[in-house]
Design a protein around this ligand. Structure first.
Ligand code: SF4
Ligand code: SF4
Length: 317
């Protein structure tokens, strides 16, 4: 059987998804056995022009991690789409925008101001910002144009499969590898994870308890047997797709929502807000105000991974 041609690419991401591929340990040898890697910027020295020279559709599978926030990432997403039979949004940033999409609460000017002027480690009294075109003695230097809005991969090109997680856990990656090896991928459009919520696979005891106060994780040591949400810690389990093996819950930490919304839920943040409102016991408006005050970072809590594909998509500035 001829070897598959496999491409791995990172756009706006931290590199964790690429490292997660290496975390499959000796199984990476199975990947090498079944596939020739034709692009993997973090690990191998292929150039874009090598991909451009390939026939359309000649890459069997592209695992694309990272969201899309500039013209270079858009160009390569479109190039890899053209060259690939199967495009996989790999990791939360490619699936839903991920952490980079928290920038959608700002815009490019505000992001640049923070990154190049305000950040405490900067010394930039001249307010020098990156330019798309810079003339130097040797000619012109070009940088990609940075967008106001961070997008998920399927907001730029068509995607066949979604593998969520920040980063995707090893057993899900192995599931994808096995499905590729045995030519048994699920129907296009599938999310390679559970259909139901994380709460459905969580081993903790739920008592249908109401709460009267919200705690941040460092403020209490929660009972490791009981539901974190019912102990007053915002756990995104009710609004998050299962399939990660409850990794954070096992470490006595709340779920942050990296698997995105479960099937049938469009807006993970709105779903979580509704779940929280249903267990929070308040008597009057003053207590509602106190509750809102207790959620210290509503945007980062409810939309930490899902801003690009939420109903909000971005803040109007
Ligand atoms: S809210 Fe969190 S701790 Fe509670 S059942 Fe759901 S996943 Fe488990
Ligand atoms: S518990 Fe939540 S945040 Fe942690 S890995 Fe699972 S889905 Fe992601």
């Amino acid at each position: 059987m001829p070897k598959l041609k496999l491409a791995l690419y990172w756009a706006a991401s931290c590199g964790g998804c690429d490292v997660a591929v290496l975390d499959i340990n000796e199984k990476i040898l199975d990947v090498a056995e079944m596939a020739d890697i034709v692009l993997w910027p973090i690990a191998m020295d292929f150039k874009y022009h090598h991909v451009e020279a390939m026939d359309d559709g000649s890459i069997d599978v592209c695992l694309f991690n990272g969201s899309v926030r500039n013209t270079e990432q858009e160009k390569i997403a479109k190039l890899l789409r053209q060259k690939s039979k199967v495009m996989v949004a790999f990791g939360s940033c490619a699936c839903f925008g991920g952490i980079p999409a928290l920038a959608n609460f700002f815009n490019r000017d505000l992001a640049f101001e923070r990154a190049y002027v305000e950040a405490p480690t900067n010394a930039n009294a001249e307010r020098v910002f990156p330019q798309t075109l810079t003339k130097v003695a040797e000619g012109e230097l070009e940088l990609p144009e940075f967008w106001d809005t961070v997008l998920a991969l399927d907001q730029v090109v068509a995607v066949e499969y979604y593998v969520p997680g920040c980063p995707p856990p090893v057993d899900l990656i192995l599931k994808v590898v096995d499905a590729l090896a045995t030519n048994s991928l699920p129907p296009p459009g599938s999310v390679i994870a559970a259909e139901k919520t994380l709460c459905d696979e969580c081993p903790r005891t739920k008592e249908e308890k109401k709460i009267t106060k919200i705690y941040r994780p460092h403020e209490i040591i929660p009972d490791p047997e009981k539901c974190l949400l019912e102990q007053g810690i915002i756990c995104m389990g009710p609004a998050t797709r299962g399939g990660c093996g409850a990794r954070c819950i096992e470490a006595n930490m709340p779920c942050r929502g990296c698997f995105g919304p479960p099937a049938g839920v469009q807006d993970q943040g709105a779903k979580m807000l509704s779940a929280l409102a249903s267990i929070y016991e308040v008597k009057d408006e003053a207590e509602i105000a106190r509750m809102i005050e207790e959620v210290k970072d509503p945007a980062g809590t409810f939309y930490r991974f899902g801003m690009s594909t939420s109903m909000l998509k971005r803040k109007r500035i």
